[in-house]
Write a protein that binds this ligand. Structure first.
Ligand code: NZQ
Ligand code: ZN
Length: 383
């Protein structure tokens, strides 16, 4: 096992009715900015619960954070913060709203061009305190210190990380997820599944605890994925999916093991150029990447096949292919398509994406051997 340091300060408030706890957690003298998206929280009653919980606070709101949140929108929120002397940010919504809030928290305190936080990895030295009410189990953003922001004007989608943007607390009430449309529920399950794969499907380093945690998360998603689509108001199913998604990307399964993240990096480019939802890109890229990189990932693919998908017979080659096929079948069983062509995308998308990796000099994968040429190969297989 590799050396590691692990730190996660996020307080989790989990369960029915927990939004009311906001008043115990946010310092009373705060001037709060409630940040949300396109209006789902107004339709499902979450906004009303937040408003009630904030009785007695000075607060205002900033709406209109889009899916794959835009830098441009975030900077408008920063202006609002300066105007209204805001001291605490509360994100209410999905991963996009929370990621935007993390960036806004850092940008509001940043001297210079805040895009540098993403494009030049400029260090974040200060950020406003923030917290969230998470309404979409998917990203794990509620218990991590990362965020992904898109600059609409240049079609760039980039991530940053800073311990200063860990939420102070996150409210996870599974009832808030009853209103999710099927495709968002499915996307969330796939996102969590692929987060685990990025931290597990690499090469073994004799870290059985991390492996078994990862497999538990994968199995829980596989066992409950279609069930929750068939019973969207089942509290226990929603609760289990919600906690599983948080566990998939709160850093715990990543400690001491190699990580990949190439599927995400390639996926972000597909979203940036062509607007596909985050999880749609992952469902396309992961199987293709696993096929191209199967030599590097051989042992873990076999282990995943055996322990998650019960694949025990055939040659090594056959078992690996069966495992990758089982992943694809799982994604498809949730109603998500796994090929670029199924979204009307063809060969012409490959070059601009590969060029970006060339320009940035990025070598991806757990062994940094996913070169731009390999990216081309992966996208070719994904057509
Ligand atoms: O905008 P509103 O009206 O709120 O609607 C949203 C949005 O249209 C809707 N929604 C959310 N909760 C709902 C709901 N609709 C009904 N009922 C509810 N309870 O769902 C739509 C999608 O929301 P979004 O926040 O965009 O989805 P998600 O949570 O999947 O977040 C995706 C973003 O997170 C980034 C992705 O790249 C993408 O930009 N990621 C962030 C990560 C992180 N911070 O650690 C890691 C991930 O790998 C990912 O890259
Ligand atoms: Zn993701």
């Amino acid at each position: 096992m590799d050396n590691f340091s692990y730190y996660n300060p996020v307080k989790i408030l989990f369960g029915k009715g927990m939004i009311a706890q906001l008043k115990k957690e946010i310092p009373l003298k705060s001037r709060v900015l409630v940040i949300y998206g396109g209006g789902s929280i107004r339709r499902n009653g979450v906004y009303d619960q937040v408003r009630d919980a904030l009785t007695g606070y000075e607060w205002t709101e900033f709406a209109g954070i889009e899916a794959n949140p835009h830098y441009e929108t975030c900077m408008r929120a920063v202006e609002e913060i300066n105007r209204s002397k805001i001291s605490f940010l509360l994100a209410v919504g999905g991963g996009s709203v929370l990621d935007a809030t993390k960036f806004i928290a850092a940008a509001a305190c940043f001297k210079g061009d805040a895009w540098d936080i993403l494009a030049k990895r400029a260090p974040v030295r200060k950020a406003l305190p923030l917290a969230c009410v998470m309404t979409l189990p998917a990203t794990g953003s509620e218990m991590n210190s990362g965020a992904v922001i898109t600059k609409a004007s240049t079609q760039e989608k980039l991530a940053f990380n800073s311990p200063l943007v860990f939420p102070q607390f996150s409210v996870l009430d599974p009832e808030t997820t009853y209103s999710l449309p099927d495709n968002q529920t499915a996307n969330g399950i796939i996102d969590a599944f692929v987060h685990v794969c990025e931290q597990y499907l690499t090469y073994p380093v004799n870290a059985p605890i991390q492996d078994r945690y990862a497999e538990a998360i994968l199995l829980t998603l596989v066992e409950n994925g279609t069930k929750v689509l068939n019973a969207p108001h089942d509290y226990d199913l929603r609760a289990n999916i919600m906690w599983t998604a948080t566990m998939a990307l709160n850093g715990l399964i990543a400690v001491g093991v190699p990580q990949d993240w190439a599927t995400h990096m390639i996926g972000h480019e597909i979203t940036a150029f062509h607007g596909l939802a985050h999880a749609e890109t992952l469902a396309i890229v992961l199987p293709a990447l696993a096929r191209v990189m199967k030599e590097n990932k051989k042992e873990k693919l076999l282990q995943m096949g055996e322990r998650v998908f019960n694949i025990n017979s055939g040659s090594t080659e056959e078992k690996i292919e069966q495992t990758i096929h089982a992943m694809e079948t799982f994604f498809q069983s949730l109603g998500v398509r796994t090929k670029l062509s199924e979204y009307g995308l063809g060969e012409d998308i490959i070059e601009p994406i590969a060029k970006r990796f060339e320009e940035r000099g990025w070598m991806l994968g757990e062994k940094q051997d996913i070169t731009p040429d390999r990216v081309r190969e992966i996208l070719q297989i994904a057509l």
